[in-house]
Every structure is written in C-alpha cells, then in structure tokens.
Design a protein around this ligand. Sequence first.
Ligand code: HEC
Ligand code: HEC
Ligand code: HEC
Ligand code: HEC
Ligand code: HEC
Ligand code: HEC
Ligand code: HEC
Ligand code: HEC
Ligand code: HEC
Ligand code: HEC
Length: 303
Amino acid sequence: MNRRFCKLRLLTVAVTLLLQVEVTQAKDVDWVALNPGLQGATSVEEITECYDCHEEYMKPYAKTKHGRALPGDCESCHGPMSKHMDAPRQKPPLAISFKPIGGLSSDQKNAICMQCHEGGEQSYWQGGVHEANEVSCNTCHYLMERKSDRSLTIKENAATVCMDCHIEKRGQSLKSSHMPVREGKMGCSDCHNPHGSYALHLLKTATVNETCYQCHAEKRGPFVWEHAPVREDCSSCHDSHGSNNPGMLKTKGAFLCMNCHQYGGHSNVPGYNRASATVGQGCVNCHNRVHGSNHPSGAKFTR
Ligand code: HEC
Ligand code: HEC
Ligand code: HEC
Ligand code: HEC
Ligand code: HEC
Ligand code: HEC
Ligand code: HEC
Ligand code: HEC
Ligand code: HEC
Ligand code: HEC
C-alpha cells in the first residue's frame, strides 16, 4: 500500500503542475470505520482480475482523468480489496460502495474524495452550505465514466444538476430575460463555487459586483459621476438569475427608479411629462447613463 501511495504522490505532484485541478497529497482513510466488513482486508495490488467481473465500468473509467492519473488504482476510493476478492457476491459488498447499499453518510463519502481534493476550488468545502446540507460530491459528479465534457459532472450541462434542487432558479432561467445559462453558454459556476466560498451565497468573488465585473468590465468604472447603487450592488436593480423585465431588471421601467427616487426635480426640464416618464423606458430615455457617466455635465446621468 505504501509503495502505491508513494507512486501516487509523485504522480499527483506532476499532475498538479501540468494541469489546473489542484490535488492535495493523499491522506489515509480509516476504511474499517466506513465499512466494518473490511476488518482485516488488505490491499490487492493486482487489478487485472477485476476485469473479469467489472470490465463494463473499468473501460470507460480508464479514459477519465482519474483513470489516467491513477492507473490501476481502485483502492484509493473503494478500500482494500482482498476480502471482496474472496467473496465478491457478499452483500453489502466487502468494498466501499457509494450506493445506498454501502451505508455511507455523505460526510463519509466526501472524506474519501477529500483525501486528495481538500485544496484548490474545494478549499472552502468544510462548513460550506452544500457540505452542511449533506450534498455529497457524487451528487454532482459521476466518476466511473465521462458523462460530460468538463469536470466529470453527472450531466453535460452542470446547471441542470443545480436546477434539480434549486427549482426556483430553473423557473428564473425560463424567464424572458436571463443569462445564457439554460442555453449552456454559461454555468451557475461562472458566478458560484458550488464547493464553498469565503463570500456570501457561494459567490466566487468577495462581492456581487466583483463577480459581475469579471465579464462586464465596462461597468466597473471609475466614473466621473458615480451612481451610488451601481457601485454598491448590481443586484439592487438586476436579478442575476432572470426576470420578465428587459435587462433582467427586478422592477419594470420607471418603478425601478421610483423605489429610491421621487418624481421631483424635473420642474425645469423641457419635455418632461410626469405621465409619460412612467411608461415604457421612462426614466432611462433621458437618464441613459444610469451606470455612471464620464461626461463633464453628466451629473444626472443624462449623457
Ligand atoms: C468474481 C467477480 C468479481 C471480481 C473478480 C471482482 N468483483 Fe467487485 N463486485 C462483484 C459483484 C458481483 C459485486 C456486487 C455488484 C452489485 O451489487 O451490483 C461487486 C461489487 C463491487 C464494488 C461495489 C460496487 C457498488 O458501488 O456497489 C466495487 C467497488 C468493486 N466490486 C470493485 C472491485 C475491484 C476493485 C475488484 C478487483 C480488485 C473487484 N471488484 C473484483 C464481482 C467481482
Ligand atoms: C477516485 C475515486 C474512484 C476510483 C479510483 C475508482 N472508483 Fe469506482 N466508483 C467511485 C464512485 C464515486 C462510484 C459511485 C458512482 C459515482 O458516483 O461515480 C464508483 C462506482 C463503482 C462501481 C459501481 C458502478 C455503478 O455505477 O454502479 C464499480 C463496479 C466500481 N466503481 C469499480 C471500480 C474499479 C474496478 C476501479 C479501479 C479500476 C474503481 N472503481 C476506481 C469512485 C472511484
Ligand atoms: C487518490 C487521490 C484522489 C482521490 C481519492 C480522488 N481524486 Fe479526484 N482527482 C485526482 C487526480 C490526480 C485528478 C486529476 C487531476 C488532473 O488530471 O488534472 C482528479 C480529478 C478530479 C476531477 C476533475 C476531473 C476532470 O475531468 O476535470 C473531479 C471532478 C474529481 N477529481 C472528483 C473527485 C471525487 C468526487 C472524488 C471522490 C469520489 C475524488 N475525486 C477522489 C485524485 C483523486
Ligand atoms: C453542487 C454540485 C457539486 C458538488 C456537491 C461538488 N461539486 Fe465538484 N464541481 C461541480 C461543478 C459544477 C464543477 C465544474 C466547475 C467548472 O467547470 O466551472 C466541479 C468541478 C470540480 C473539480 C474540477 C475543478 C477543480 O479544479 O477543482 C473537482 C476536482 C471537483 N469538482 C471535486 C469535487 C469534490 C471532491 C467534491 C466533494 C467534496 C465536489 N466536487 C462536490 C459541482 C459540484
Ligand atoms: C442535492 C441538492 C442540491 C444540488 C444538486 C445543488 N444544491 Fe445548492 N443548495 C442545496 C441546499 C439544500 C442548499 C441550502 C439551502 C438553500 O439555501 O436553499 C443549497 C444552497 C445553495 C446556494 C446558496 C448559498 C447561500 O449561502 O445563500 C447556492 C448559491 C447554491 N446552492 C448553488 C448551487 C449550484 C451552483 C449548484 C450546481 C453546481 C447546486 N447548488 C446544486 C442543495 C443543492
Ligand atoms: C451572473 C451570475 C450568476 C449566475 C450565472 C448564477 N447566480 Fe446565483 N446568485 C448570484 C448572485 C449575485 C447572488 C446573490 C444575490 C442575489 O440573489 O442577487 C446569487 C444567489 C444565489 C442563491 C442564494 C440566494 C437565492 O436567491 O436563493 C442561490 C441558491 C443561487 N444563486 C443559485 C444559482 C443557481 C442554481 C444558478 C444556475 C442555475 C445560479 N445561481 C447562477 C449570481 C449568479
Ligand atoms: C461569465 C460571464 C458573466 C458574468 C460573470 C456576468 N455576466 Fe451578465 N452577461 C453575460 C453574457 C454572456 C450576457 C449575454 C450577452 C448577450 O446576450 O449579448 C450577459 C447579459 C447580462 C445582462 C443583459 C441581459 C439582457 O437581457 O439584456 C445584464 C443586465 C447582466 N448580464 C448583468 C450581470 C450581473 C448583474 C452580473 C453579476 C451578478 C453579471 N451579469 C455577471 C456574461 C456574464
Ligand atoms: C440603479 C439601477 C441599476 C444598477 C444598480 C445596475 N444597473 Fe445595469 N441596468 C440598469 C438599467 C435601467 C438597464 C437598462 C438600460 C437601458 O435599457 O438602457 C441596465 C442594463 C444593464 C446591462 C445591459 C445593457 C448594457 O448597458 O450593457 C448590463 C450588462 C448591466 N446593466 C450590468 C450591470 C452591472 C454589472 C451592474 C453592477 C456593476 C449594474 N448593471 C447595476 C440599471 C441598473
Ligand atoms: C437602490 C436605490 C436606487 C435606485 C433603484 C435608483 N437610484 Fe438613482 N440614486 C440613488 C442614490 C443613493 C443616489 C445618490 C443620491 C445623492 O447623492 O443624493 C442616486 C442618484 C441618482 C441621480 C443623481 C441625483 C442627483 O441629485 O445628483 C439620478 C439622476 C438618478 N439617481 C437616477 C436614477 C434612475 C434613472 C434610476 C432608475 C433607472 C435610479 N436612479 C435608480 C439610489 C437609487
Ligand atoms: C424628459 C427627460 C427626463 C425624464 C423622462 C426623466 N428625467 Fe430625471 N432629470 C432630467 C434632467 C434633464 C434632469 C436634470 C435637472 C436639473 O439639473 O435641474 C433630471 C434630474 C433628475 C434627478 C435629480 C433631481 C435633482 O433634484 O437634482 C433625479 C433623481 C431624476 N431626474 C430621476 C428621474 C426619474 C426617477 C425619472 C423617471 C420617473 C426621470 N428622472 C425621468 C430629465 C428627465
């Protein structure tokens, strides 16, 4: 077992340097605590025999990143195999199973993955909202076969996995104005880190605005004339998940502005008509620089 882990460490280091996925040094797992049937089981370094019975899983698995980075290694995730080889048909299996028959809690399953994945994007997993709600790694990932282009997610469009639980977000993605998430051009994970985060709402960046600036850099400013709510929080006007108002606005037309502003201040404005200001594009017809203005006389965001 030790020799194998040694080889594994070297591989892991090499792999980490070459590719982005950050993998930590493998740690030991108390297999007997996970499956008492494994008491006395030892490592079987030879996996050719596994083919006799598990070829259908092993072939596609060999093409995954795990299969390539950890060739011939089944035991890092399934525990020592000697007793399974002696009694392959015993139920529950004398091996670690991630299925209900294996009897593992989500924490126990996750600990197996965390042997190697406690760094990088998974750094904030412990105590994160998914961990705390017993969502396990294999709720979102399927490991024995590539079912998606990226990151072994259980479905090609990872957002549909999220929407299985976050039904209200599916609803929003169907609204007329939405980010191209449903279309697969963007994922929930462009804004969220589903593994956990130091920020609120599993956001990948410290604030909502930093998240938006990643793609909407032109909104970052600084502007000569700043509009306070834009600097503070894009989501005071926009719903990031979708809405039936144009531009993913939370409220329609003038009512959005009137959440914070009165009608006043227009008595001298030529062409201003209180009735027409509240229909259609209303306020932004004139205040068309609502995100901020660099024009010398743009203090009122009209140019
Ligand atoms: C003689 C046939 C046979 C051999 C050889 C064999 N297995 Fe199995 N294995 C089985 C059977 C049967 C099951 C139970 C399958 C089921 O319940 O669907 C099983 C179950 C498993 C499970 C649990 C699957 C799950 O999630 O429920 C794992 C993991 C596993 N085997 C790994 C291995 C590995 C690794 C090897 C080689 C070291 C191996 N097996 C060798 C027949 C075999
Ligand atoms: C990096 C962890 C990992 C390694 C290494 C690994 N497996 Fe698995 N295996 C899993 C997980 C997790 C599952 C449960 C299905 C899933 O969610 O991917 C699983 C499921 C299985 C199953 C049941 C298949 C099913 O979906 O019902 C078999 C059989 C199996 N593995 C055999 C093997 C064999 C044989 C090897 C070595 C060639 C191996 N596994 C290596 C993590 C691993
Ligand atoms: C023994 C160490 C080890 C264990 C245990 C392990 N992994 Fe990995 N994992 C790796 C390595 C190595 C890679 C490949 C890194 C690379 O090639 O960039 C990887 C890659 C991944 C990837 C990215 C795959 C891709 O195609 O980009 C996912 C997702 C992943 N692991 C999830 C899991 C889950 C879920 C578990 C637990 C069921 C798990 N891993 C257990 C070592 C491990
Ligand atoms: C709520 C769903 C979800 C859960 C739970 C989840 N993942 Fe992921 N994971 C994803 C998605 C989605 C991606 C793809 C992110 C991307 O490509 O932008 C991903 C990517 C990854 C990657 C590759 C990217 C990287 O560099 O890290 C690894 C490794 C990984 N997950 C491991 C894990 C492990 C280990 C666990 C359990 C501790 C886990 N995941 C739990 C959804 C999830
Ligand atoms: C198995 C169900 C399940 C899946 C799948 C799932 N989640 Fe969650 N998620 C939860 C639960 C439970 C909570 C905590 C309760 C809540 O806030 O709704 C949560 C909370 C969240 C939160 C709120 C965090 C906060 O602090 O406000 C975000 C963001 C989130 N999930 C994003 C995602 C993303 C992105 C995916 C897909 C990669 C995903 N979830 C997949 C169950 C799931
Ligand atoms: C464009 C960036 C972005 C995308 C894409 C995105 N979110 Fe969010 N999400 C946010 C922001 C910002 C917040 C926090 C403030 C808010 O609600 O506007 C948030 C909050 C959440 C929350 C917690 C608060 C709530 O409203 O319940 C959940 C759950 C959530 N998102 C799930 C998802 C899921 C699932 C997806 C993919 C279908 C997704 N998000 C896609 C930016 C995004
Ligand atoms: C990963 C890149 C990315 C991130 C992060 C991002 N957006 Fe977008 N956003 C897009 C793309 C792509 C479009 C669609 C552009 C198009 O269709 O022309 C878009 C469109 C929009 C639209 C216009 C929608 C419409 O119907 O006209 C608004 C408003 C918007 N984003 C606000 C935000 C906010 C607020 C955030 C932060 C919570 C954010 N975006 C984060 C990529 C991103
Ligand atoms: C005070 C309310 C408000 C705030 C706060 C706000 N927006 Fe907007 N946003 C609007 C309005 C109104 C429109 C529609 C403008 C139009 O129709 O001319 C819009 C349109 C957009 C569009 C699509 C059209 C374009 O200008 O590209 C994007 C993208 C956008 N906002 C991103 C952001 C980002 C990113 C933030 C945070 C930095 C933000 N918004 C903050 C009110 C706001
Ligand atoms: C979330 C609250 C909020 C929303 C929504 C909002 N604003 Fe503002 N707006 C402010 C604050 C705060 C200021 C700064 C007030 C100050 O400095 O006295 C401001 C300043 C302004 C100013 C400059 C006022 C001055 O006296 O110089 C104009 C013009 C303006 N907003 C127009 C709009 C328009 C048009 C909309 C709708 C698209 C809108 N605002 C939506 C909060 C908001
Ligand atoms: C016909 C064009 C027009 C329309 C429509 C319009 N505004 Fe204005 N607004 C202006 C001009 C021009 C000023 C600058 C007046 C000044 O400097 O005396 C102004 C000033 C403001 C101010 C600053 C008030 C102050 O005391 O300095 C606010 C706030 C404001 N508008 C909000 C709105 C809101 C909210 C709406 C929609 C209900 C709206 N405006 C519709 C042209 C318009």
